[in-house]
Ligand binder design. Structure first.
Ligand code: KIV
Ligand code: ZN
Length: 399
């Protein structure tokens, strides 16, 4: 039996906080509408106290994007929470997401407060937030490096104060998959107040484990996953939405969770984000990278042409990529060359095809890829040569 998972998209907040990814209000609105079409359950639209523009973006998204829950971030201070509450006033379903660090490192070195003071601030923050909305999320920043006993006390207290979602971020991407699963199991078992509370995971990618950790947290009992399109976010980024969702689809046997994400919208959403921010994703990025469904090596191309399942575990169409591409380069084989030639309208006997293949490899040694235009030129020249050789003496030779 699969469990429902809430997809909380923080592209417009944690993602937008990363250097080079800031967006203007009209761009945020365009992206929010696309996230709505993608089917995310919650859009974290911004951090209203951070700037007048951030507050205005949250206000406009909350007023215009009505299906998903719209969340606004706030520290556990009255000014932040009131600002978030005001920005959400026109939301059909608004959530205040208030956060406070709970690790001793953050309490002692960053906030310079005691554990007891932290507990007090967290309860006060949630209590104020509840005056604006029934949907209040509390995040224990740096949760995975916090003392479990203390963290459990904080969670019990904020639930009693009215928090309905408890987010336990791996703020600095320090955890490992086995550890974070055990962490969620321990916390959920240790908290007294249980009914109706959703536990949430929010993982950063400093060790490249954000997606693996998010899925493990779900195995540990989390039922909300926080993620971003293309995995953008602070430092190395957040867990990539498209990867988490496709793990659930492709490996439902190992990750029995379901979401409302329309997976054929994934590629267009990724593309929109790169257009708006001007930041491309790496070519080999899973699901949405340029090479995610491209094959250059001869062995792989041959396998793909015989049965695509040999080298593709999901169809490109399932994530909105129009088609697989067989890229011609120096690693390509005859099978792909023959197929490409055919698609370009050339039919060759084996000997001619060998010539086309050899010339293609020679060209590929001098340039990275051989385009369709390059192949067409080679194919046409080989055809002309063959016709020339085959022309009987006395015809077409000027005699
Ligand atoms: O990484 C983090 O801890 C955060 C919180 C504000 C949720 O982004
Ligand atoms: Zn974060």
């Amino acid at each position: 039996m699969s469990a429902d998972v809430i997809v909380f998209d923080t592209t417009l907040r944690d993602g937008e906080q990363a250097p080079g990814f800031s967006l203007r209000i009209p761009e945020k609105l365009v992206l929010a509408r696309r996230l709505d079409a993608l089917g995310v359950d919650v859009i974290e639209a911004g951090f209203p106290i951070a700037s007048v523009d951030d507050a205005e973006a949250v206000r406009q998204i909350a007023g215009q994007v009505t299906r998903p829950v719209i969340a606004a971030l706030a520290r556990c201070t009255p000014a932040d929470i009131e600002c978030a509450g005001r920005a959400l006033e026109h939301a059909r379903r608004g959530r205040i997401h208030t956060f406070l660090a709970t690790s001793d490192l953050h309490l002692e070195r960053k906030l310079r407060i005691t554990r007891e003071h932290c507990l007090e601030l967290a309860v006060k923050g949630v209590t104020i937030a509840r005056q604006f909305t029934d949907d209040v999320q509390f995040s224990a920043e740096d949760a995975t490096r916090s003392d479990v006993g203390f963290l459990t006390r904080v969670i019990d207290a904020v639930i009693a104060a009215g928090a309905t979602t408890i987010n336990l971020p791996d703020t600095v991407g320090y955890s490992t998959p086995d550890e974070i699963q055990a962490f969620f199991e321990t916390i959920i078992a240790g908290v007294t107040a249980r009914a109706g509370v959703i536990y949430s995971t929010h993982c950063h990618d400093d060790l490249g484990l954000a997606v693996a950790n998010s899925v493990s947290a779900l195995h540990g009992g989390a039922r909300q996953v926080e993620c971003t399109v293309n995995g953008i976010g602070e430092r190395a980024g957040n867990a990539a939405l498209e990867e988490i969702v496709m793990i659930m689809k492709v490996r439902a046997d190992r990750a029995p969770f379901v979401t409302h994400i329309q997976t054929p919208e994934l590629f267009a959403t990724s593309q929109l984000l790169t257009e708006l921010t001007g930041e491309a994703v790496q070519a080999n990025k899973a699901i949405v990278g340029r090479n995610a469904f491209a094959h250059e090596s001869g062995i792989h191309q041959d396998g793909m042409l015989k049965d695509r399942r040999t080298y593709e575990i999901m169809s490109p169409v399932s994530v909105g990529v129009p088609s697989t591409t067989l890229v011609l380069g120096k690693h390509s084989g005859r099978h792909a060359v023959a197929q490409k030639c055919e698609a370009l309208g050339f039919a060759f006997a084996k000997r001619e095809l060998d010539q086309v293949y050899r010339q293609m490899i020679a060209l590929a040694d001098t340039q990275k890829h051989v385009s369709d235009a390059d192949l067409s030129a080679i194919a046409a020249a080989v055809k002309a040569d063959a016709a020339h050789v085959a022309t009987p003496v006395g015809y077409g030779h000027g005699v």
